[in-house]
Ligand binder design. Structure first.
Ligand SMILES: Nc1ncnc2c1ncn2[C@@H]1O[C@H](COP(=O)(O)OP(=O)(O)OP(=O)(O)O)[C@@H](O)[C@H]1O
Ligand SMILES: [Mg+2]
Length: 686
């Protein structure tokens, strides 16, 4: 409610004072312009424009001032409305507005007082002029009497000629003076109201007529005397006196009119002065507003300054707390913290710095940081180390290793992070330094450990490779032993037995049966010997290469009724012996796993040759499995198939991957690089 009233008051103030001040300034501009020339009214018109084009600002300011007055008068009431806030000008704007308002008020006051003074000066001048005219008209009465007097005096003097000449002279003087006054009035016609001017003209006419009539009578009297008719002349006396009275009347009328004009002028001046004095109230209002606004402004400023001072004190207290907190953090930090300037001069350190560098904190202040972090050439005074530190600060968070020096000259490794900060326009740097002696020692230990481990792993790999080679060698040796020894003997024994059975036919059925069993056993022994030989080391692998050995392996499966697909691009190309052996063993293990675990008899095998190596893929459509690797619950030698495959392939620098999903079969993919040129097998089996 109060705010709405204030808002409407603001609007009314804007409409009233704004318009009136605009009018007043316009008038003053007009008045001053008429007297002082164009620049002043131009400036005043600008003022008018400003007051007319900034109604929002004036309204805002006045409304705000009124609201503040209300607040000051009723401190308990809270006047806070978003609308007011939105139009509240900022402090400095308000200050300029008030200053402009003050200047405007002062200019208006000065102009008004100047105008009123001018009016009075003019009114005095006009009064003097018209007073003089009135005096002139009084003189005219005496001149009229001078014209009238000879007509009377002739009765005493009887000097007709002399009195007539005197009357003529007086009439001439009267007429000249009357003509002069008439011309003067006509020259100032503009100062006189038209009806009054017309009256005056008429009065002049009547005066002239009355004077002419009076002079005609006096001439008649003179002529009677000249003709010796004094009785006739005496009878005209009364008529001439009447005519003289007419002249007086006409003269009085003229004087009355002039006195009226003078009074009218005075009234006009007074009315103008009174109309202007109205503006004095307006200006008094302005001055009141000006003083109130200045008071409110000052009051608010004082409050604000007090609030600012309180705020500053609070900030200072908070700052003190924050500094104490920071100091305690800095002092309890394990890292050394050093603040230095652009010349490397130390300005502040923490407790850790003293501990880390075995220096007394106070003695470090004002010394160069190169004392703690010597340059690479070890010089104390060298600025290159400081430059390097400052250059590092440009890389945000950049951590660099350096060497620190304790007071006793011992050196130790450090990590340094330098950051730049501006303090009061000065370029400062903060170095956070960490002693990394322990870390370095641990690093050395770890590296040694890594080297030992790597060495062991290399040895282990060599051992595994040797193991595989030895195993293969052993198998080959046993296979050839069996082939050349046991298998040859068994084959020879079987051949002998077959030859014997062809020559000798036992008589008894029992003997024939035993012979048949012996032949069968001999054949089985030969087959078994071949199977053992093939299991140990297929001779085809050595003789015809990987593709042929795998083909033989697959034909064996086909013979057992398996559905087998084999796609190979290797043909008669020979791979390094170690590669062939490893890939053959991988294929064997993969096929063995299909037989043991897949629950299917469908298998596909691809052996592809690529420019960079060989790819072997064994795929089945069996039950599949979720490959989790070895979990440590296996017994010794159990579940070694897949790790063995991977180990063999890894020894060759290749990769063996097993892809499987329950119900979706299994895929074993092996890729082995082949760096040595491939050989070919002349007459190899395709
Ligand atoms: N083709 C496959 N189909 C389904 N399961 C398979 C297949 N190949 C491997 N597995 C599963 O993976 C496990 C690990 O196979 P891996 O060859 O390492 O060991 P293993 O065959 O059980 O024993 P080992 O090979 O040492 O005689 C198998 O026990 C089997 O459960
Ligand atoms: Mg296996």
């Amino acid at each position: 409610m109060v705010l709405r009233t204030l808002a409407s008051l603001g609007q009314a103030t804007h409409d009233g004072i704004g318009r009136v001040s605009e009018l007043a300034i316009g008038q003053v501009a007009h008045f001053v312009g008429a007297r002082l020339g164009s620049p002043v009214p131009v400036a005043l018109h600008v003022l008018v424009r400003v007051s007319a084009t900034a109604p929002g600002a004036i309204l805002g300011a006045i409304t705000w001032i009124l609201a503040d007055i209300m607040r000051v008068l009723a401190p308990g009431s809270r006047v806070s409305v978003p609308v007011l806030r939105s139009i509240r000008p900022r402090w400095h704007q308000l200050y300029y507005l008030l200053a402009a308002f003050d200047v405007m008020t002062v200019v208006l006051s000065l102009s008004l007082s100047h105008e009123i003074r001018g009016i009075f000066a003019r009114s005095i001048a006009v009064n003097q002029t018209w007073g003089q005219r009135l005096a002139d008209y009084s003189d005219l009465g005496e001149l009229a009497q001078a014209v009238d007097a000879p007509g009377n005096d002739v009765f005493d003097t009887l000097d007709v000629e002399g009195e007539s000449a005197r009357a003529q002279t007086a009439l001439r003087i009267f007429n000249e003076r009357l003509a002069g006054l008439q011309a003067d009035i006509q020259a100032h016609e503009s100062e006189v109201d038209p009806p009054v001017f017309e009256d005056l003209e008429q009065d002049f006419g009547e005066l002239t007529v009355a004077m002419n009539e009076m002079t005609a009578e006096s001439d008649l009297i003179f002529s009677y005397f000249a003709n010796n008719q004094p009785d006739q002349a005496g009878r005209r006396m009364a008529t001439m006196d009447r005519k003289y009275a007419n002249v007086h009347r006409a003269l009085n009328a003229v004087r009355q009119n002039v006195a009226d004009i003078e009074r009218q002028n005075l009234d006009d001046q007074q009315a103008t002065a009174e109309s202007l004095s109205k503006f004095e109230y307006l200006l008094a209002g302005f001055i009141l507003l000006m003083v109130s606004a200045a008071t409110i402004y000052g009051h608010n400023m004082a409050r604000r300054v007090e609030a600012d001072a309180r705020e500053r004190e609070r900030h200072l207290a908070e700052l003190g707390d924050a500094e104490a907190r920071t100091r305690s953090i800095v002092d309890t930090a394990a890292d050394s913290i050093v603040i230095f300037d652009g010349w490397g001069m130390i300005e502040s350190t923490n407790a850790s710095t003293a501990r880390m560098f075995a220096w007394d904190s106070a003695s470090l202040l004002g010394r160069n940081i190169s004392l703690l972090l010597p340059a690479e050439n070890g010089s104390d005074e060298s600025h290159s180390g400081v430059d390097a530190l400052m250059a590092a600060s440009t890389l945000a968070g950049h951590q660099s290793e350096a060497v620190g020096r304790r007071q006793d000259g011992t050196m130790f490794p450090l990590d340094v992070v330098v950051s730049e900060l501006r303090l009061g326009g000065r370029r400062m740097f903060t170095a956070i330094i960490r002693d990394i002696t322990e870390r370095k020692r641990a690093e050395v230990e770890r590296n040694t450990l890594y080297q030992t481990l790597a060495e062991r792993e290399r040895t282990l790999k060599d051992l595994v490779r040797k193991l595989f080679l030895t195993q293969e060698e052993e198998r080959r040796r046993v296979a050839y032993e069996v082939h050349d020894g046991l298998a040859q003997l068994t084959a020879a024994a079987q051949q002998h037995l077959e030859a014997f059975a062809g020559r000798v036919r036992p008589r008894s059925s029992e003997a024939r049966k035993e012979l048949a069993e012996a032949r069968e056993l001999a054949q089985q022994t030969v087959r078994e010997a071949r199977r053992v030989i093939a299991g140990l080391r297929p001779t085809a692998l050595d003789d015809f290469g990987l593709a042929a050995a795998i083909r033989l392996e697959l034909e064996g499966l086909r013979g057992e009724g398996w559905e087998v697909e084999y796609a190979e691009e290797l043909g008669a190309r020979r791979l390094p012996l170690e590669t062939e052996t490893a890939l053959f063993r991988v294929a064997q293990e993969a096929l063995r796993n299909v037989r043991k675990h897949a629950g299917t008899r469908r298998v596909e095998l691809c052996l592809l040759y690529r420019s960079h190596g060989v790819r072997l893929e064994v795929r089945d459509w069996g039950r599949g499995f979720q490959h989790v690797g070895r979990n440590g619950r296996e017994g010794p030698g159990e579940r070694m198939g897949i790790p063995g495959m991977q180990e063999r392939v890894a020894l060759l620098g290749g990769k063996c991957s097993v892809y499987s999903r329950r119900g979706a079969g299994t895929r074993v993919v092996v890729e082995v690089p082949v760096t040595t040129p491939l050989g070919t097998m002349q007459g190899a089996v395709a």
